[in-house]
Design a protein around this ligand. Sequence first.
Ligand code: PXG
Length: 464
Amino acid sequence: MKDISNHLPTAELQALDAAHHMHPFTEGDALAKKGAKVITRAEGVWLNDSEGNRILDGMSGLWCVNIGYGRTELADVAARQMRELPYYNTFFQTTHVPAIALAAKLAELAPGDLNHVFFAGSGSEANDTNIRMVRHYWAELGKPEKKIIIARKNGYHGSTMGGASLGGMSGMHAQGGLPIPDIHHIDQPDWWSEGGDMSPEEFGLARARELEKAIEKLGKDKVAAFIAEPIQGAGGVIIPPETYWPEIQRICDANDILFIADEVICGFGRTGQWFGSQTVGWRPDIMTIAKGLSSGYAPIAGSIVSDKVASVISGSEFNHGYTYSGHPVSAAVALENLRILDEEKIVENAGKVTAPYLKEKWEALTDHPMVGEAKIVGLMASIAMTPDKEGRKPFASDAGTVGLMCRERCFANNLVMRHVGDRMIIAPPLVISTDEIDTLIERARKSLDETYAKVKDEGLFKPA
Ligand code: PXG
């Protein structure tokens, strides 16, 4: 076997990658031709690649490195835990200190009566847990027919059969025979693209009331739960009008259904508070957590469950669990991550200092000729690119054509800013400094200028 621990030249690494490594959400042949960017190290908000570039990571990896890269405390804790107890399960009436301590810490951090944690290895797995848990909950209460879960189009809840079924991504449903039965999708609260002539406030209410209509149509005795991200992340950082959030809570309360807040992206400071539910005023029965829980340093996820739900689930055996549920190394890393986020007041500072600074600069991007709306909550933000600001029109080209061009320019300017269709999104580490925000905005603006020039050049600055 070749030793690749001392880096080979980039082209050789890329060739090996193309030959043997299948990438998620990627057209393999196209990537093989181009060669993947090889990331070698990272520190703070900065990534290094194998060609010596220093790249500002405006996406915290994949929305997860909330604490920033290079915190050696997390590495030390992992090494210590591996030496002491690298693995043990929690299935057969055993437990261990990292899982106990992490569950207790999460119960302390989570709002209301969310006091119980079922661990998983990924956000997708945690949402699979949620599907089985809410259906089992109603069955235990003598209502086995209450099993439909309502979710939203363009929501993202993972890639497993369950997670992708809850998600409302049509491209995902088109592959592999999804969704599984008894999942129902309602429209998303994306005013920019779908609001038509309604005011944002009217539209927010109308979209929330789709939940009420769906419950009426499907029958309240058939609906187990509603699941939603407080703010859709992968869908393009869609921030609903303010009227949306309270109406959703009211409808869940009024209809005797469980409310699952998928906090995989919004949790652990992303929205400026510990949980997105606190920012949007939701009182969920279950929260899905992952990503920022360990700042991505080790894979770990879970469901934080209310007293109400846990008291029913704990009455009999719940036939569910993963080998790595509460993995001791991941749990120890997560605990250290939470300790640092808490003690160094990283979440508090992100909400009170960093987010307002970024908000001012981000919203000013609407003066750019190609930027329609610029939306932001905490440290997650998006802009809608458009050839017609007034009419809120999309480009005539296929959705994502301009977005991809812009992402390429960002990469060339050493900034990771993602595109979802023709929206550009950022979610930088919570530890980003104000100077680094200035650099991010400068590079984003330069990339937008270059994209605009190219779009006009190629005759693409045309509304649909
Ligand atoms: N829920 C939400 C809200 C997510 O954002 C998951 C569940 C699934 O978590 P795992 O750990 O199974 O990946 C996610 C994951 C993107 C992108 O393109 C977003 C995610 C994953 C992959 C890509 O923005 N979010």
